[in-house]
Design a protein around this ligand. Structure first.
Ligand SMILES: CC(C)(COP(=O)(O)OP(=O)(O)OC[C@H]1O[C@@H](n2cnc3c(N)ncnc32)[C@H](O)[C@@H]1OP(=O)(O)O)[C@@H](O)C(=O)NCCC(=O)NCCS
Length: 189
């Protein structure tokens, strides 16, 4: 598939370009990424360039993974990444530390889910994060996912292990309201 662009007044989703590599490299120095993500670690500038110029285009071409850059609509500033893996329908996302807490990733997840469901790409989206990643769980909770409990991760961790992870699902007919039963309920506003 050719990459598609998605957008709303809050957010623009399009393809990362090599001009984003420096910011991507800087954002990926975040120690939170070592703990919670499976990006290479240590993360070097070549990792960002390879991701942008080879990994992402190849994922669209093979229909294995659709990945977008999150951008500020007015300025085009690069904020982070969201990806939808196929055929599992698993989502992954990260935001540069300076941009967290503005609801950008819940919005990105809504845009990707709407597009994927409306175009029959998947009928359900799977989310997982390492146990304790409360910010990630809040994103899925706010996007209307149903919490499915704790289990070994489906995606292998950086060392090939499958650590205990929080899991959740969003199905196409779901009404996107906040569902009960999340371990982060104490954090809910
Ligand atoms: C998880 C993440 C993508 C959330 O994106 P976001 O656009 O900031 O999401 P939100 O604005 O909805 O905030 C979600 C939660 O993050 C936490 N948060 C808020 N501001 C924050 C900040 N400045 N820094 C860190 N976390 C913050 C809050 O718990 C918030 O929940 P709340 O709505 O109850 O306040 C982002 O924190 C991130 O990139 N984390 C590191 C990478 C990661 O863990 N990715 C997910 C792997 S499964």
């Amino acid at each position: 598939m050719q990459p598609v662009e998605l957008g709303s007044p809050l957010l623009q989703l399009d393809q990362p370009v090599l001009a984003d590599a420096t910011l991507m490299y800087e954002f990926c120095q975040d120690p939170v990424f070592e703990r919670f993500l499976t990006v290479p670690w240590p993360y070097n500038s070549r990792d960002a360039e390879t991701f942008i110029s080879l990994v992402i285009p190849s994922g669209w071409k093979s229909n294995d993974e659709y990945t977008w850059a999150l951008r500020a609509p007015q300025t085009g500033e690069f904020l982070g990444i969201i990806g939808l893996r196929l055929p599992s329908g698993s989502v992954g996302f990260w935001l540069g530390a300076p941009h967290r807490g503005h609801g950008y990733v819940p919005e990105a997840l809504r845009l990707v889910a709407d597009w994927a469901f409306e175009n029959g790409i998947v009928s359900a989206i799977h989310w997982e994060c390492l146990v304790g990643n409360a910010a990630s769980a809040r994103v899925a909770q706010k996007a209307g996912f149903t919490f499915a409990g704790e289990a070994p991760s489906i995606a292998p961790y950086r060392d090939g292990s499958h650590p205990q992870s929080w899991q959740g699902w969003l199905h196409a007919p779901d009404d996107r309201s906040i569902q009960p039963g999340w371990p982060t309920e104490a954090l809910s506003r």
